[in-house]
Ligand binder design. Structure first.
Ligand SMILES: Cc1cc2nc3c(=O)[nH]c(=O)nc-3n(C[C@H](O)[C@H](O)[C@H](O)COP(=O)(O)OP(=O)(O)OC[C@H]3O[C@@H](n4cnc5c(N)ncnc54)[C@H](O)[C@@H]3O)c2cc1C
Length: 227
């Protein structure tokens, strides 16, 4: 091994390195050596002994969307034949109320393609109004929507020049102009919790969607001191 030579050497075998390595190998025709100091590759995707000795902590990424992988799947059409596989969880988010132990699951697209199961659960957990809101939101931004296309155009293309609306900005302007739009322009300037309160009825639902919005960087930060 000590005298091995490669066209390219990558120090660290994280997810980015592995992706770089397969592109260099397939599309650059290069031999690639990946050197990782840990026992496995893709450290962001592993578990390890955490701060409490003897307990294996889940230190890896838990929220992986299928659109993360679209370009790689396109560029490597044989990836599934070569052992690649995407597994989808049954639920992609959820709520358990500490007050009455009731719960709600936001099912994944694979489990609930029409979203009716998820909306039915939300009607029981919260209210019919929240269930209806969920269906309207899904129609606006869910799979197959114009938002999905705008989102993919935004993230997988170079940034637009200053002053030119990006695909998501264009979609937002179009959506806000629609008569059945869930919100108005002022929504965009609201701190996340207040924005979510405008849409959802039950407080637990407000918090869960606020968390998802903040996690995805979609809205402004939570108002400090909000109870
Ligand atoms: C707790 C946690 C939860 C996360 N959750 C999510 C999530 O839900 N969704 C999501 O999309 N992302 C999540 N992330 C982020 C995601 O894991 C990282 O963005 C991703 O792993 C970064 O990939 P990378 O290749 O840049 O670096 P890493 O995956 O960190 O890889 C770097 C590699 O280099 C190795 N290395 C470093 N120095 C050397 C050296 N000198 N010699 C040899 N090897 C070396 C390291 O051991 C490591 O394997 C999470 C991260 C953490 C820590």
């Amino acid at each position: 091994m000590a005298d091995a030579s490669f066209d390219a050497v990558i120090i660290g075998g994280g997810t980015k390195s592995i992706v770089t390595a397969i592109y260099l190998a397939k599309y650059g025709g290069m031999s690639v050596g990946v050197f990782e100091e840990r026992r496995e590759l893709c450290s962001g995707l592993t578990s390890e002994i955490g701060y409490v000795p003897g307990f294996v902590a889940d230190c890896h990424a838990t929220s992986l969307c299928d659109w993360y992988f679209l370009p790689v799947i396109e560029d490597f059409p044989n990836w599934e034949h070569n052992g690649g596989k995407l597994f989808h969880l049954t639920g992609s988010a959820g709520i358990i109320s500490v007050d009455d132990q009731s719960c709600w699951v936001l099912y994944s697209h694979e489990k609930d393609p029409t979203r009716e199961l998820t909306a039915k659960g939300l009607a029981e957990f919260s209210s019919q109004r929240d269930a209806d809101t969920f269906m309207r939101l899904w129609q606006a931004v869910g799979k197959g929507s114009k938002f999905e296309q705008a989102f993919l155009d935004e993230i997988y293309n170079p940034p637009v020049p200053p002053g030119v609306p990006s695909p998501i900005e264009k979609w937002t302007m179009d959506y806000l102009a629609q008569p059945d739009c869930l919100v108005d322009y002022s929504f965009l300037d609201l701190p996340t919790i207040y924005a979510m309160q405008r849409i959802w009825e039950r407080k637990a639902v407000v918090y869960m969607f606020a968390r998802i919005s903040l996690f995805g960087g979609a809205l402004l930060e939570t108002t400090p001191g909000f109870e």
